[in-house]
Design a protein around this ligand. Structure first.
Ligand SMILES: *Cc1c(COP(=O)(O)O)cnc(C)c1O
Length: 315
C-alpha cells in the first residue's frame, strides 16, 4: 500500500459533528453543532488537511516520488516550497505530510528564528525540512512573479504552495466539509460559522452551501474589505450568501489579549474542547457574543467549524 493511503488511514474522516449546548445567554434559542475538524489528526489538523488534500494527491500521482528511498534531496529534486510564520499551522501540517511521504520540502519563514526556534519550527527541523528565514520585506514578495522566479531558478523542480495552502484547488477539499454535514443532518440548517484569514476556507464553504444557507466568517485579523476581497477572489460565481464579522479580531492577527486567553481556558474547562486564541478562540468568543445579541433567527440551526490548529497556543 502506498504511503499516502497509509497516511490517509490515520485521519478521522468524516470529522465528528457534535451537538453543542452551552449555558450561554441566547444559546437555547437555536440548535448548535460543532464540526470537529480539529479531530481530523493531531498534527495535520483541520482546515489545513482539507486545503492540501487534493493538491497532495495530485502531486504524489504526478511526481511518482521517484527518489530512491533514503537518498538525500538535492536542489533539483522534485520538492515542495511553501511559506508561513513561526507558528504556522499550514507549515506544520505540510511539514508532517512531506515527512511521512518523503517529499523534500523547503519552507520560507517570515522572521529569523534560528537562535530561538518555535516548537513548530523544531518539528519542521525534526521532519527534515529545509528552512529559509527571510525578513518581513522579502516575505512580502512571496506572491510576486519576480520572487517566485528566483525560487524556481534555485529549485527547478519545485512546486510552490501559497501561504496557508490557499489556492483554488483548496476549495474542493474544504467543500467536502459541507458534504459531510449534509450527509449527517441533511441540508436543513441555516448558518455555518468559520474563521477567515486567507479566505480559502470560507470560500470553499460558500462554494458548497445551498441558496437558503448563509456563511458567517469571523475575521481573525483587522481587514474590513480586505478579507472580503480575499474570499471573493476565490469565488467564480457571484455568491451573496455570506458576510464577515469584523468585531472579533481582538486586536489583530495572533493578538491574544487576556480576556481572550481566559475565555479559551474557561471554554476548555467547561466543554473539554481545546481552542486557541488565533482562530478557534475568536470564533467561539464571537459565537457567544452573537448569541447574546440574538444575532441568529430563533429556532434555526447553526454549524460552527472548529478548524483545529493549535500551533498558536503551544508552550
Ligand atoms: C489557517 C487557519 C485558518 C484560516 O483559514 P483560511 O483558509 O486561511 O482563511 C483558520 N483556522 C485555523 C485553525 C487555521 O490554522
Amino acid at each position: 500500500m502506498n504511503k499516502l493511503t497509509l497516511l490517509e488511514q490515520t485521519l478521522v474522516q468524516p470529522s465528528p459533528l457534535e451537538l453543542f449546548t452551552p449555558n450561554w445567554p441566547g444559546a437555547s434559542d437555536v440548535t448548535i453543532y460543532i464540526k470537529r475538524d480539529d479531530e481530523i489528526h493531531p498534527v495535520i489538523s483541520g482546515n489545513k488537511w482539507r486545503k492540501l488534500k487534493h493538491f497532495i494527491r495530485e502531486f504524489v500521482d504526478l511526481s511518482g516520488l521517484s527518489r530512491a528511498e533514503g537518498s538525500l534531496p538535492t536542489e533539483d529534486s522534485i520538492r515542495l516550497i511553501s511559506f508561513g510564520g513561526g507558528f504556522s499551522n499550514h507549515l506544520h501540517a505540510l511539514g508532517y505530510v512531506c515527512y511521512q511521504l518523503a517529499i523534500p520540502l523547503t519552507v520560507i519563514i517570515r522572521g529569523n528564528y534560528s537562535s530561538s526556534p518555535t516548537p513548530m519550527i523544531n518539528d519542521l527541523i525534526a521532519w527534515n525540512a529545509n528552512i529559509e528565514y527571510v525578513d518581513k520585506a522579502t516575505y512580502k514578495l512571496r506572491d510576486t512573479s519576480e520572487y517566485l522566479d528566483t525560487l524556481k531558478r534555485r529549485y527547478p523542480n519545485a512546486k510552490i504552495v501559497p501561504e496557508g495552502g490557499s489556492q483554488l484547488q483548496a476549495l474542493a477539499g474544504v467543500s467536502d466539509l459541507v458534504t459531510e454535514i449534509d450527509n449527517e443532518i441533511g441540508t436543513n440548517y441555516h448558518t455555518i460559522i468559520t474563521p477567515v484569514a486567507s479566505g480559502a476556507t470560507m470560500a470553499g464553504i460558500v462554494s458548497a452551501v445551498e441558496k437558503h444557507q448563509h456563511v458567517v466568517g469571523i475575521g481573525v485579523l483587522k481587514g474590513q474589505d480586505y478579507l472580503e476581497s480575499l474570499v471573493a477572489k476565490f469565488l467564480s460565481k457571484n455568491n451573496h450568501n455570506w458576510h464577515i464579522e469584523h468585531e472579533y479580531h481582538c486586536g489583530g492577527y495572533a493578538k491574544a489579549p487576556a480576556y481572550l486567553t481566559e475565555f479559551c481556558h474557561q471554554f476548555k474547562s467547561e466543554t473539554g474542547i481545546a481552542i486557541e486564541p488565533v482562530y478557534s478562540g475568536k470564533v467561539f468568543f464571537a459565537l457567544k457574543k452573537m448569541l447574546g445579541q440574538g444575532a441568529f433567527v430563533k429556532g434555526s440551526t447553526l454549524v460552527v467549524v472548529h478548524t483545529g490548529g493549535l500551533q498558536g497556543s503551544r508552550p
